[in-house]
Write a protein of this length. Structure first.
Length: 291
């Protein structure tokens, strides 16, 4: 086993956050009710809360990198008539903080895996554009210096989400380049691979357009883009998927990875157990792959 790759949400990150609780806490803290205050509307309305939580456009925009998570939140606020800036800023601040919680026991497990000779850690996540900056920000202390940035693949950057096979193919290419490249050149691979897959995803979407509108929709790539993609698609020897252990909390993602030859493990965080009990089960299962 050469790589252990984690999903971020609900695997590395503990899913303790939910919109209803944040709304309830904030509306109570701000002593707000559903009422008009000048041009502002302060919200404590179940119907609006439900719409905010169950908005259907979230996964089709943020996860594909069509906008940042913050932009999507502000768009929801606008649609729901939530113009109170104090409410917005406090909601986003609370959401940001809790979004980045990783159990101390999980960090300890990552450190233990990282000590194994020849093993590297990685992330493959259907997540927002902001994730990479979170991971690299020491202030958040998410997984400090444990997971190399060049081993992180984020759906919003490449325009492809799990369980599409291109997401796993991107992971293989990313890890293969990382494994072969000198450490001094590894960081440049992050942007290069992301741009390459974003361009490919865009081209695939354009090909799906009807011939009636294809001429209008196709965009000629700039020389810079062409050069970047050509560089990113240099032939490399892909690592064996069996050398990658992929851990995710969704069965369809695990099944897709398994079908492509990855070693896989389905991990379900149990909120009824404490952090140590949850991570101990995962630890035992991961270490079994090294025996």
């Amino acid at each position: 086993m050469k790589f252990v790759v984690f999903d971020f949400g609900s695997v590395l990150r503990v899913k303790t956050l939910n919109h209803p609780r944040v709304f309830a806490e904030l509306t109570e803290e701000l002593n707000t009710e559903l009422e008009k205050v000048g041009s502002n509307i302060r919200v404590k309305d179940p119907s609006k809360l439900k719409k905010f939580v169950k908005s259907k456009d979230w996964k089709s925009t943020v996860g594909y990198g069509k906008c940042t998570r913050a932009e999507a939140f502000h768009q929801r606020f606008d649609e729901l008539g939530i113009f109170d800036q104090s409410f917005r800023s406090q909601f986003l601040e609370k959401f940001d903080f809790e979004e980045k919680v990783v159990l101390p026991e999980m960090k300890a497990l990552l450190k233990e895996i990282k000590k194994k000779e020849g093993v590297e850690l990685g992330i493959l996540s259907n997540h927002c554009l902001e994730l990479r900056s979170w991971l690299g920000n020491d202030r958040y202390d998410i997984v400090p210096r444990l997971i190399p940035s060049e081993n992180v693949v984020i759906s919003a950057e490449i325009g492809v989400k799990k369980p599409h096979e291109d997401a796993y193919r991107n992971l293989l290419e990313t890890l293969s380049r990382s494994k072969c490249a000198p450490k001094s050149k590894r960081k440049s691979l992050v942007a290069r691979t992301a741009i390459s897959y974003a361009l490919r995803a865009k081209s695939a979407a354009q090909r799906r357009l009807g011939s009636r509108i294809r001429k209008k929709s196709l965009r000629t790539e700039t020389p810079e883009e062409e050069g970047t993609e050509a560089q990113a698609e240099e032939e490399i020897e892909l690592i064996d998927p069996l050398d990658v252990l992929f851990i995710d909390n969704r069965e369809n993602n695990i099944e897709a990875a398994h079908n492509m030859g990855f070693a896989t493990f389905l991990y379900k965080y149990d909120p009824n157990l404490d952090g140590d009990a949850n991570v101990s089960l995962l630890r035992e299962s991961i270490l079994n792959f090294f025996e």
